[in-house]
Write a protein that binds this ligand. Structure first.
Ligand code: DNO
Length: 346
């Protein structure tokens, strides 16, 4: 496996030189943050970022993410134009030799939390989701955005977008996802790229919008739309984990066994109610996801894809992008690396 670390590009307060001091990290997961959503990623920009990553001794192991334009998810008349541009971005990343592409198909909002700095008993802070709080938010009333989202909408644009989605059912969203996959996966195959869809986070509908990549049955349906190694998963333990029906160890065993996981996000959470949870440090003992069990399954199937520690808490007075500080993610990386070394020796 390629142990990697997410880096938000040259503007990130966590630098490549910081990451280089975390032992055994081989890869960087990054994106071109200056390209507007939907526009083609130019080859020269990809190569420039790649050179910067390689100068520090790393490999650019995965792109996270090339966001999917809302017109594609809505399935409206403009989608073909955006899909053509998406295909060109895939071709360019293939030419640059970047093998893995993470993306999601969540309408309007990417990962969503109600609190970005919930205090834990040890006084570290973490991201938390409380369904009652989210249900009370009137998103049409103002701007609502979280750091890390590809897009922050102004009020009017958001209202227009939500109106466009008001008629869209889950089944419509599945059809639009299928249309997208049938166009992009052949291009990914030709380009030597494996795409891994990121599950919906949290794995249920929010703000009345449809969400369809939430459970095992959804992942099965998704993988069957185009049965190709280029049509695979980014399996995120912290996104699927809040639904206790999602047995992460069994699901990792199943999908890694079929070679349909290209990217592993390792994150732990603690459930605090049927639709509520907060994030925790990565070790199994800290949350409700059996992270050791999940890693054992990757190891059992000789996983050669990308693994990264996902979201950390804020510890030791670090400030920065919530979920993406240096310190706790580094502890997570060491936890993963230690388990892997132990499994290799067994
Ligand atoms: C959260 C991340 C997600 C992920 C996208 C993939 O921290 O895991 O924002 O990058 O959903 O498109």
């Amino acid at each position: 496996m390629k142990l990697s670390f997410r880096w938000y590009g040259p503007e990130d307060t966590v630098s490549l030189l910081h990451i280089r001091q975390v032992p055994v990290i081989r890869g960087i997961v990054s994106a071109l943050y200056h390209i507007p959503v939907g526009e083609t990623w130019p080859l020269k920009d990809i190569l420039a970022l790649k050179a910067r990553i390689e100068e520090t001794g790393f490999e650019w192991t995965a792109i996270e993410s090339i966001p999917v334009h809302e017109d594609i998810k809505l399935g409206n008349a403009r989608r073909d134009l955006w899909i053509d541009k998406y295909c060109d971005s895939i071709r360019n990343m293939g030419k640059a030799g970047i093998p893995v592409l993470c993306y999601n198909f969540m309408p309007v909002f990417d990962w969503t939390r109600s609190t970005l700095d919930m205090k834990l008993p040890d006084e570290s802070t973490c991201l938390a989701y409380d369904h009652d709080m989210i249900s009370r938010v009137d998103i049409k009333k103002g701007t609502f955005s979280l750091p890390g989202w590809a897009t922050a909408y102004e009020k009017d644009a958001l209202i227009r977008l939500l109106d466009a989605y008001s008629e869209l059912t889950e089944e419509d969203l599945w059809q639009n996802l299928g249309y997208f996959l049938k166009r992009v996966i052949p291009v990914a195959e030709e380009s030597g790229v494996r795409m891994g869809i990121h599950p919906d986070d949290p794995p249920w509908s929010i703000f009345g919008l449809p969400r369809i990549i939430c459970r095992e049955a959804d992942l099965d349906r998704f993988l069957n739309i185009v049965n190709s190694p280029s049509n695979s998963l980014t399996l995120c333990t912290g996104s699927l984990g809040p639904d206790e029906q999602n047995d992460m160890v069994r699901m990792t065993d199943k999908y890694a066994g079929k070679n349909r996981i290209v990217f592993a996000h390792i994150r732990n959470i603690k459930r605090t109610g049927p639709f509520s949870f907060h994030e925790t440090a990565h070790p199994t003992a800290c949350g409700d996801v059996n992270i050791l069990g999940v890693l054992k399954m990757y190891h059992k199937h000789n996983f050669t894809g990308v693994i990264r520690p996902d979201h950390g808490r804020m510890i030791w007075n670090e400030t920065g992008k919530p979920g993406y500080g240096l310190y706790d993610r580094s502890l997570g990386a060491m936890y993963i690396a230690g388990i892997w070394e132990g499994l290799n020796r067994d």
